[in-house]
Write a new protein. Structure first.
Length: 279
């Protein structure tokens, strides 16, 4: 899929900006909504950066974390409370928002507050969940399972389309490489672009799962490396989790990008995208 098709796919999102800039679109924010102040603080910073660079921006935040390594891991501050914070972020900064859902009942509930519903990678083959999400009429972001081939994602997209919804994205979040590492097969990006606009989840692609501690590790020092490769490959969008203090984040702190580094990273990626656009 060419970048123009990717731009067309996001232009229908409410309040999306800079769709004609030729830049990649960005899904970014904290892993989990930990509170109103932190969400607004992160969104404000990212909005300033993306407006300057003319990058179409969607605020990302999970209203609950159902897939956790341990029973004592942080799962959320309360579903409706977190969803209302996502809604406030969208209204305050006039931007679209995305959150992930885990159960069929989540679809209708979350759709009342956000613009994009995300299907987690471990759940993307769950037909009833995908169909319930598609039935809301929202854009559906399908995370590619760590265990799935790029070609197999056409079937997940087809489930959305067969439910009467033409607004599907695919996000590559890496593929399992042994038991405790992930790898990105960049050959899969043009393959998946045949089916839907394709996003590269840079931060989760650098996770190191299945640690003996029960806490997932990561390689945040390689975020820009993977992102640059994605832009060079022609990906439509990037997914980056960011936090002003990843070491104190309540979820996925080991692989989030520190907010203070985001502007520099995005500035360099925007320049690279401008070069790629000349090819």
């Amino acid at each position: 899929m060419c970048q123009n098709q990717g731009s067309m796919s996001i232009s229908s999102l409410p309040n999306i900006k800079h769709t004609q800039s030729g830049q990649f679109f960005l899904l970014a924010g904290p892993c989990a909504i930990e509170g109103e102040e932190m969400a607004l603080r992160i969104a404000e910073q990212v909005v300033k950066i993306t407006d300057r660079l003319e990058i179409p921006y969607v605020f990302k935040g999970s209203f609950k974390k159902a897939n956790r390594s341990r029973i004592d891991s942080f799962t959320g501050i309360g579903d409706e409370k977190a969803l209302k914070i996502l809604e406030k972020v969208g209204n305050t900064f006039d931007i679209p928002t995305v959150t992930d859902i885990h159960e069929i009942s989540d679809a209708h509930m979350a759709a009342a507050y956000v613009d994009v519903l995300q299907i987690p990678a471990f759940l993307v083959r769950q037909t009833d969940l995908v169909v319930a999400a598609a039935a809301t009429g929202k854009v559906i972001n399908l995370k590619k399972g760590q265990f799935m081939s790029p070609e197999s994602m056409q079937h997940a997209v087809r489930k959305v389309q067969d439910s009467g919804n033409e607004n599907a994205w695919i996000t590559d979040r890496g593929t399992m490489f042994g038991y405790q590492d992930m790898i990105v097969d960049f050959r899969g990006i043009p393959t998946m672009q045949q089916y839907a606009p394709t996003v590269l989840d840079v931060t989760h692609s650098l996770q190191q799962p299945n640690q003996s501690s029960g806490v997932t590790g990561g390689r945040p020092d390689k975020i820009e490396t993977i992102a640059r490769a994605g832009i060079a490959t022609g990906v439509d969008g990037l997914f980056i989790e960011t936090h002003f203090d990843p070491s104190k984040a309540k979820s996925d702190g080991a692989n989030m990008l520190a907010l203070e580094h985001l502007e520099g990273v995005l500035s360099r990626l925007a320049k690279l995208r401008s070069v790629v656009n000349t090819f």
